[in-house]
Design a protein around this ligand. Structure first.
Ligand SMILES: [Mg+2]
Length: 420
């Protein structure tokens, strides 16, 4: 029995939500969606990147994720609006609430995307495209922004369909349409293929999704291991995962931050890592997870990324213990002076309720630290994130907790689509 899955994705979410608010709530005549415009951070802030763009801005060659000054060079009369995260959180809630009226199972996938399991809904099964179109129109009428809806039999194909032409479109990608609609696309468009994997595939002469689908599966398994097999399945449109109401557990917990200045000394770098470890481990503790592998990632001024992993002595969720591991990983990765502009920490190899392995050196010290973390978590939950901070952050330009875009968003779970 085939399932019927919709992927619903807000078009240029941050820009659409700011525009809808300006037009519908503030009564402004100008609609950002009709003119070259972007959502980006402060003009003065070197971290400012384009978070969302209007279609007219896209026509000038502006890309999401590029530096604001580059976008302004391409498009001199670009209108720049700052992000409004509290607005986005409430728009997202209204969006998901509307979807729940139409679908028996809704899985929010990111702030502006959700999977809907429409299996067994008679109107949707009789005419999936008509139903998806009515859903799209309802979002526009009630909430004032456009969405793309992708329709298929699993999440992978529905998501790929939702990424076809935008905005305000309904697309299907049923298994029988794969050769015609999916295979001509460049491999880069396939879910989970980033620049590094794309380069590897190009090296083997695999340029389109169809090339990948026709490649010998054993060959891919030998060259790319498990990922090779997953990608081969993806190219054939196979993804077994069902839409679940409860989000699956994270494979890892990570955060990264672009620093407002170049980091050129180890003390500052360690402090940035600590502020990242604070948010990462707080999320782990609230999910009851411990981890045994810490990865540090750094990006230097010419946007080269490097990372290094370090296995911890025990499964842990203790901020200081993970931070010490991160500092050792950083030492092996970085010369301590070449300027860094981004740092990240990830904890993986997760386990739930794993007993600590004690050794003679730590002398149960981490039990005390764990109690300290619990107390700090409770204070922050009650009085807010800023209510308590480590002394080293007092008066420092580094925030005591880093990573993610905004405190409200840090609580949101984002995770990769489960393979298969
Ligand atoms: Mg979107």
């Amino acid at each position: 029995m085939d399932r019927l899955i919709f992927h619903v994705d807000v078009n240029s979410a941050f820009l659409s939500w700011t525009a809808a608010h300006q037009v519908l709530v503030l009564g402004q005549g100008r609609d950002l969606r009709q003119i070259p415009s972007v959502i980006a951070g402060d003009r003065e802030d070197r971290r400012a990147v384009v978070l969302a763009k209007s279609i007219p801005a896209g026509r000038c060659g502006v890309h999401t994720g590029e530096a604001l000054f580059q976008a302004q060079r391409k498009c001199p009369d670009l209108v720049v609006e700052k992000p409004d995260y509290p607005l986005y959180v409430s728009a997202s809630r209204a969006f998901i609430a509307l979807l729940r009226r139409y679908a028996p199972a809704v899985e929010q996938y990111s702030i502006d995307e959700a999977f809907l399991d429409m299996t067994g809904v008679p109107d949707a099964e009789d005419d999936p495209v008509g139903f998806a179109g009515r859903l799209r129109d309802q979002v526009w009428e009630e909430l004032g922004f456009t969405v793309n809806v992708g329709v298929s039999v699993n999440r992978l194909l529905a998501k790929m369909a939702g990424d076809f032409s935008k905005p305000n479109q309904v697309h299907t990608l049923f298994p029988e349409e794969i050769p015609e609609k999916l295979w001509p696309l460049p491999v880069r468009r396939l879910f989970l293929i980033g620049p590094a994997t794309e380069r590897k595939l190009h090296y083997y002469g695999i340029r389109t999704v169809g090339d990948l689908a026709r490649t010998d599966r054993e060959f891919l398994r030998r060259q790319l291991h498990r990922q090779g097999e997953v990608l081969w399945n993806y190219a054939h449109g196979r993804s077994g995962s069902a839409v679940t109401e409860t989000p699956a557990l994270n494979k890892g917990y990570g955060n990264s931050v672009t620093t407002p200045f170049d980091v050129t000394d180890p003390a500052t770098a360690r402090r940035v890592l600590l502020s990242l470890c604070e948010t990462v481990t707080a999320r782990m503790r609230s999910d009851g997870q411990t981890g045994a592998l810490v990865t540090v990632q750094i990006r230097d001024r010419d946007f080269t990324d490097r990372s290094h992993q370090l296995a911890l002595a025990s499964f842990t969720d203790v901020t200081e213990e993970i931070w010490r591991g991160a500092c050792r990983a950083l030492e092996e990765l970085w010369d301590g002076e070449s300027p860094l502009r981004q740092l990240g920490v990830q904890v993986s190899r997760l386990a739930q309720g794993c007993p600590r392995q004690y050794n003679v050196f730590d002398g149960h010290r981490y039990d005390r630290l764990a109690r300290l973390d619990t107390a700090v978590d409770a204070i922050r939950a009650k009085y807010g994130e800023g209510s308590i901070l480590r002394a080293c952050f007092a008066g420092s330009p580094i925030p005591p907790m880093s990573g993610g875009l905004h405190p409200e968003r840090r609580t949101g779970v984002t995770r990769p689509l489960p393979p298969g």
